[in-house]
Design a protein around this ligand. Structure first.
Ligand code: SAH
Length: 196
């Protein structure tokens, strides 16, 4: 599990925006993730009306699915295009408002009020802005974060979680010397040390 070849790799926000502009979004899936369907009970733990966080959300279709179940969904994404595509592809009316605490930050909220998507860097968020969450769906998020930012990312996520919360994390396993990522290879030992 030598991750030496990936640890210094940096993908800038500009590069992510370009991927969206070019339609280079192979990570986006039209179908709900099978692992979310399989482990939904772990996320919900018998509870209803949860606040569920989607870090680095893109236009993940599961946001609509969980909102339709009666949960409150909050996402964060640097690409405004991704967020607008999410609402238009699901024919959801939304409004847009500035986030005073974040310079240049915007929030796109479904008119029904149960989907709130922040357009900013995840590192601009804090629990005083978005509150805390009962559940997290982390797919294409920890593995998309630059390796040098992982510690900061994990500390922030821990800070955004309620005491009794569940965190579903999807990672990918492969030889990091054969692909440069993202998605990056995050060894299980590192996940344990990041999240405890
Ligand atoms: N979770 C989504 C998208 C995964 S790709 C899915 O499952 O489909 C990673 C996404 O994170 C991209 O859409 C990229 O634009 C966004 N992103 C990258 N760095 C970010 C950051 N610092 N803050 C917020 N979003 C970011």
């Amino acid at each position: 599990s030598d991750i030496g070849s990936q640890k210094d790799r940096v993908v800038t926000e500009e590069e992510w925006l370009q991927k969206w502009e070019m339609g280079n979004i192979g990570f986006h899936k039209e179908q709900r993730h099978p692992l979310l369907q399989k482990h939904l009970d772990v996320l919900l733990n018998g509870r209803s009306g949860l606040r569920i966080f989607f870090p680095l959300c893109g236009k993940a279709v599961e946001m609509k699915w969980l909102a339709d179940m009666g949960h409150n969904v909050v996402g964060v994404e640097v690409s405004e295009q991704a967020l607008k595509e999410f609402f238009s592809e699901h024919s959801l009316p939304y409004c847009e408002e500035p986030v005073p605490e974040i310079s240049g930050g915007k929030m796109f909220q479904s008119t029904s009020g149960n989907i709130s998507l922040y357009c900013c860097s995840i590192y601009d968020l804090s629990s005083s802005i978005v509150g805390k969450f009962d559940g997290v769906w982390d797919r294409g998020a920890l593995v998309a974060v630059n390796p040098s930012d992982r510690q900061r990312y994990a500390s922030l996520m821990i800070n955004l979680m309620e005491k009794n919360s569940s965190y579903l994390l999807v990672t990918v396993s492969y030889d990091p010397n054969k692909h440069k990522g993202p998605p990056f290879y995050v060894p299980e030992s590192e996940i344990k040390s990041l999240f405890g």
